[in-house]
Each structure stands twice: as C-alpha cells, then as structure tokens.
Design a protein around this ligand. Structure first.
Ligand code: HEM
Ligand code: HEM
Length: 278
C-alpha cells in the first residue's frame, strides 16, 4: 500500500510538487522585494496564501479518509498528493518567510509545520514497515482468534492437569491468572525484546523434570508441556501484534493534534498581520 502512495501514477504528484516549488523558487530568486524578501511583499503574500490553501487541503484528508473509506483508488491518490504537497509546504513557507526567523508567534506556525511534516515522514516509514510485519507475525490469524486459541489451550491444559494431580491443576490455574499481555506504551513503541513470563518458564521446567521422573504420567505431562509452550508462542505473537499496531498508528496522535495547533497558529499569525495593518 505504501508503495502506491509514493509511486502513484509514476510519481505524478512528486513531479507536480517539484514543478510548483521550482517555479516558486525562480520567482523568489528574481522578484524585486524591498528592502529584502519577506512575507509582506506581493510574492510573500502569494506564497502565504498558497501555503494556507495547501494547509487546509492537507487537513481535509482526515475527513476525506473517513468519508471514502471504501474507495481505495481515490484514497491512494489523495494520500500521494498529501505527502508530496505536504513536503512542498516546507519550501513554500520558508520562501514566504523570506528566511526571517525570530522566536515569535509567526515562527510558531513555521515550527509546527516542520513538526507535522516530520511526523508525516515517520508515518510514511511506519506504513512501509509495519503492515508487512503484522502479516508475517499473525499469518492468517487475527488478534481475537489468537486469544480464542489461548483460551482453548488453557481449557485443555486444565483438563490434562486435573487428570494428573490437584496440585498441578492449581499451578496451571495460577499460571493462567499470571499470563497478562499488557505491554506499556514505552514497550509498545521502543522495546524489541520478546514477551517474557518467568512463571510460565519455571512451570515448564518443573514439568520437564516431572516428565523424566514420573513415568506413569509421562504422556500427559508431555501434552501439557506442549500446550503451555504453544500458548507461550501465541502470547508472544499477541504481544508483537499489539506493539506493531501501536507503532503503525501512534504518530497520528501527534500528526493530527499538531495539525490543529498549526491551523490555530497560522490563524493567529494572519489575524495579527491584519490587526496591525488596519
Ligand atoms: C502555512 C502558513 C503560514 C506560515 C507557516 C507562515 C509563516 C511566516 C513566518 C515564519 C514569517 C516570518 C515572520 C518574521 O518576519 O518574524 C511570516 C511572515 C509573514 N506572513 Fe506568514 N505564514 C503563513 C501564512 C500566511 C498567510 C496566509 C498570510 C497572509 C494572508 C501571511 C502573511 C505574512 C506577512 C504579511 C508576513 C510579514 C510579517 C512581517 O514582516 O512582519 N502568512 N509568515
Ligand atoms: C503541514 C503538512 C501536513 C498536514 C497539515 C497534514 C495533515 C494530515 C491529516 C489531518 C491527516 C489525517 C489523519 C487522520 O485523520 O487519520 C493526515 C494523514 C496522513 N499524513 Fe499528513 N499532513 C501533513 C504533511 C504530511 C507529510 C509531509 C507526510 C509524509 C511525508 C504526511 C503523511 C501522512 C500519512 C501517511 C497520513 C495517513 C493517511 C492514511 O491513513 O490514509 N503528512 N495528515
């Protein structure tokens, strides 16, 4: 999917955005701004208004995405235009400012533009990496079906343990209660180590010991051992599924609020400009 955003119609929107910025750079280099290029020259106003129009258009993607969720073709062209025109916005707003940067409310809009674009690039990276990882990790299963399998394995483990001893049954019950897959937000975003459950590992080791000593229950214990390890593998996959999905989407929780802050900052910027003008 990500490739189609980037390469859509043989990089059509990359060409459009490059041509647009090339023309604007040429205008910028040759226009006659007195005393120096700035947002208040005729080209400065043109670039500011163009930047604001593109900003509003980029922001409409959220609405568009929800309205046309079913028509994939349409959405791909919108996202492709979004990433290239979004990137062009950096050049357009830089030319608009005439490189006049100071720590003030005008700069806030520019700074937020940089942040939104930066998070957008992370999003593009995430869309290019995590869908494949999610598919490789889950195969044909969804998170719900993996949970269903875990429940099924728990029930079968309890049944086998009950037929061996009450003590083992109690241990399995305790293990089931301790098996919570709940990675912290930090782990979801940054940690690359597998889900680990020490209770489960030590129970598996005890069962291996029993297999060697308790010959009467050897087959049942082996079955139990396999059930628990199968469950452990599923828990690891569920844990990775949670992490990959978080990594695929968390940036949107920055990209969208930052967009709203950007719209507010640009509105204030324009308000101040006209307030002091009149
Ligand atoms: C994405 C939208 C925009 C961004 C990020 C942006 C950003 C900036 C920045 C960083 C400056 C330089 C501030 C300074 O000199 O300290 C500037 C100047 C200016 N902008 Fe914008 N701007 C945007 C849209 C607009 C729009 C829509 C207008 C007007 C319709 C506008 C009008 C101006 C004017 C008149 C100046 C010159 C102010 C001065 O020299 O004191 N800008 N803008
Ligand atoms: C100032 C510039 C930008 C603004 C205002 C903006 C705004 C938005 C908004 C409002 C959404 C909809 C999110 C949602 O509702 O789920 C969105 C989605 C997205 N943006 Fe941006 N964006 C900008 C620049 C960029 C750039 C430069 C890139 C990539 C290089 C990018 C990549 C994306 C991606 C991949 C999506 C998700 C599309 C999807 O889920 O179908 N954005 N953006």
């Amino acid at each position: 999917m990500h490739d189609s955003f980037v390469t859509y119609k043989n990089f059509y929107f990359l060409k459009v955005a490059s041509a647009l910025t090339a023309v604007l750079v040429i205008f910028y280099l040759f226009h006659d701004a007195y005393p120096e290029p700035n947002g208040g020259s005729w080209l400065g106003y043109l670039l500011g208004i163009l930047g604001a129009v593109i900003l509003i258009w980029l922001s409409l993607l959220g609405i568009r995405k929800r309205r046309y969720r079913s028509s994939q073709g349409n959405t791909v062209s919108w996202v492709s235009a979004h990433i290239y025109l979004g990137s062009a916005l950096i050049i357009i707003t830089t030319l608009h400012s005439g490189f006049q940067f100071a720590l003030n409310i005008h700069f806030l809009g520019y700074f937020l533009t940089l942040l939104v674009v930066l998070t957008g690039f992370y999003g593009l990276y995430a869309y290019s990496v995590y869908p494949d990882k999610i598919t490789a990790n889950c195969g044909d299963l969804t998170r719900d079906t993996m949970f269903d399998e875990v429940i099924d394995l728990d029930e079968r483990s309890l049944a086998v343990a009950e037929s061996i001893s009450a003590d083992l049954y109690a241990q399995i019950l305790e293990l089931i209660e301790s098996c919570k897959v709940k990675p912290s937000l930090f782990q979801q975003i940054f940690s690359n180590s597998d889900y680990k459950n020490e209770n489960l590992e030590s129970l598996v080791n005890r069962i291996i010991d029993s297999i060697n000593s308790d010959h009467g229950n050897r087959d049942k214990l082996s079955l139990l051992h396999d059930f628990i390890l199968e469950k452990y593998a599923l828990l690891k996959r569920i844990d990775w599924d949670i992490r990959y999905n978080c990594r695929l989407n968390w940036w949107l929780y920055l990209h969208v609020p930052l967009t709203l802050a950007l719209i507010a900052a640009v509105s204030i910027h324009v308000f101040i400009i006209f307030y002091y003008w009149w």
